[in-house]
Design a protein around this ligand. Structure first.
Ligand code: HEM
Length: 538
């Protein structure tokens, strides 16, 4: 392949080598001049004043003044680790992606995070966790930017600023720091009832994981896979931890938030450094790519719905092992930039309206967070595949591109027309039919069922898990100042299950409302029985 013109060595460009640690024999300025003293500023006599001409003083302080970059607008608090992904070959049947071929080993970097807290917030708060994986494949980087909960709060990315504004600290008091702002959060999820499914997962033990090592991960959206012959299937990605799924108890989580706010970060790094490498199986649920994009009555483009594993088993396609901690948190964990659109040949997006908005949002926010358009040149973000793009110039450009003709085809720099055939190419259009339809701001009717899967989740819980869920709703709703908001959320719980609703209402000392969504609408659709699936028994 073409040489990577964006990662030149010092020798090629004349750029001096920058010491990676503090071990050099001499301290130098940023320009390499040796220094004798870094503890005293240059003064007119030992009692001053300090002289403006002290370049070393100004350089040292100026650089320090600019050490911080904006924290991520969401998922600001996180920890990351390096590792390897080894494919077992099972996915070869459905995708041409080279890194999923049997025995292929791909270096990876994973970042785990909470969603709402700021960079310095506590690890063990009740929240969704991010589980973002960068696969440095030799066909281009694949980012699987997922969460530890398989559904999302909203169905359309246009509501993302709203749900996050509702969850982040209140604008007046900046309270609470680390978990959902209570009045606005419950106001949002009780008004935008598609959020009820994600919310019950948060109120369950899934909202307070024991460790990053004991979390499942989910791609959430449905993806499309394309094989060598161009045949397609729809898939959902699942990470299953080898250690099993474990959670904290709420009292433990609260105590840890005070005693060791770095609990999850410490646990991850201690385990890896002790050689207890955490592992996950990556699996896919596979669905036929039909024009309806549904499976067993579930709309596969609706990110608030799961497909129960009883109906579409998760098939393992490879194993992830995290085996190396970062050398430098800022360089690696803080500067890593994931993007849902980083896809290798053989994996593609679908029309899920949440996913479509994410395709815009990540690069947009990273342009600010990482200071301009060249952040793929930051070491942690550099692809391991050869890069030969025609992206030029811009802030923080580190490549010294050669040649005069950054366009294709060209007749000056050997820029030949693209070779025929698309086997190894990403972003090859899958010829799915796009319906001829009026331009509307609307969602399909299938997105209107906001309760059946919440009931499914509640029904699948053991008695002790149900007890924890009731306790969590009661505790969190108990923090709301506005009674009308508590009452509206109780109304939502009445639509989920009478026992759940009654127990939370009793805990809050409020009356038990009647359901407003008739039970007939919250039964499994007939299509579920057609494929022989069963709803888990209570
Ligand atoms: C960051 C997951 C929906 C915007 C993240 C991160 C994860 C994640 C794991 C942290 C990445 C990291 O560690 O650096 C998800 C999942 C979603 C979802 C699973 C739904 C299924 C959305 C939507 C939007 C969005 C709908 C916007 C329309 C962002 C932004 C960041 C982010 C702006 C910060 C990225 C950065 O600063 O590098 N998301 N997200 N997310 N997400 Fe999402």
């Amino acid at each position: 392949g073409a040489p990577d013109t964006r990662t030149p060595t010092g020798a090629e460009t004349g750029v001096p080598k920058i010491a990676k640690g503090q071990q050099g024999a001499y301290l130098t300025t940023a320009n390499g001049a040796r220094l004798r003293d870094t503890d005293h500023s240059l003064k007119a006599g030992p009692r001053g004043p300090v002289l403006l001409q002290d370049h070393h003083l100004r350089e040292k302080i100026t650089h320090f003044d600019h050490e911080r970059i904006p924290e991520r607008v969401v998922h600001a608090r996180g920890a990351g680790a390096h590792g390897v992904f080894v494919a077992n070959g099972a996915a070869e049947q459905v995708t041409r992606a080279g890194f999923l071929k049997k025995g292929r080993e791909t270096p990876v970097f994973v970042r785990f995070s909470t969603v709402l807290g700021s960079r310095g917030s506590a690890d063990t708060v009740r929240d969704t966790r991010g589980f973002a994986t960068k696969f440095y494949t030799d066909e281009g980087t694949f980012d699987l930017v997922g969460n530890n909960i398989p559904v999302f709060f909203i169905q359309d990315a246009i509501k993302f600023p709203d749900v996050i504004h509702a969850g982040k600290p209140h604008p007046d008091r900046e309270i609470p720091q680390a978990q959902s702002a209570h009045d606005t959060f419950w106001d949002f999820v009780s008004l935008h009832t598609e959020a009820q499914h994600h919310t019950i997962w948060n109120m369950s033990d899934r909202g307070i994981p024991r460790s990053y090592r004991t979390m499942e991960g989910f791609g959430v959206h449905t993806f499309r896979m394309v094989d060598d012959a161009g045949a397609t299937v729809l898939v959902k990605f699942h990470w299953k931890p080898k250690l099993g799924v474990h959670s904290l108890d709420w009292e433990e989580a609260q105590l840890l938030s005070g005693m060791d706010p770095d609990f999850h970060r410490r646990d991850l790094y201690d385990a890896i450094e002790a050689g207890a490498f955490p592992q996950w199986e990556l699996g896919i649920q596979v669905f036929p790519d039909t024009p309806e994009e549904t499976f067993a009555g579930v709309d596969l483009l609706d990110p608030t719905k799961i497909v129960p594993e009883e109906m579409a088993p998760v098939q393992p396609i490879g194993t992830l092992t995290l085996n190396r901690t970062p050398t430098n948190y800022f360089a690696e964990v803080e500067q890593v930039a994931f993007h849902v659109g980083h896809l290798p040949p053989g994996i593609d997006v679908t029309n899920d309206p949440l996913m479509q908005g994410r395709l815009f949002s990540y690069v947009d926010t990273q342009l600010t967070r990482l200071g301009g358009p060249n952040f793929t040149q930051i070491p942690i973000n550099r692809p391991h595949a050869d890069v030969n793009d025609m992206l030029r110039d811009g802030f923080h450009q580190h490549a010294v591109h050669a040649g005069v003709a950054p366009y294709r085809p060209n007749s000056l720099d050997g820029g030949n027309p693209f070779p025929a055939g698309d086997r190894e190419h990403a972003f090859v259009d899958v010829p799915v039919t796009v319906a001829e339809a009026p331009k509307v701001r609307a969602s399909p009717a299938s997105f209107d069922d906001h309760y059946s899967q919440v009931r499914l989740f509640w029904a699948s819980m053991s008695p002790v898990e149900k007890e924890h869920i009731v306790r969590a709703y009661t505790f969190e709703l108990g923090k709301c100042y506005h009674q009308a908001i508590k009452e509206r959320q109780l109304q939502c719980l009445a639509n989920v299950d009478p026992v759940l609703c009654e127990q939370v209402a009793t805990g809050l000392g409020l009356p038990v409302p009647q359901p407003t969504v008739p039970p007939a609408e919250v039964q499994p659709s007939p299509a579920l029985s057609q494929v022989g699936g069963e709803w888990p028994a209570d």
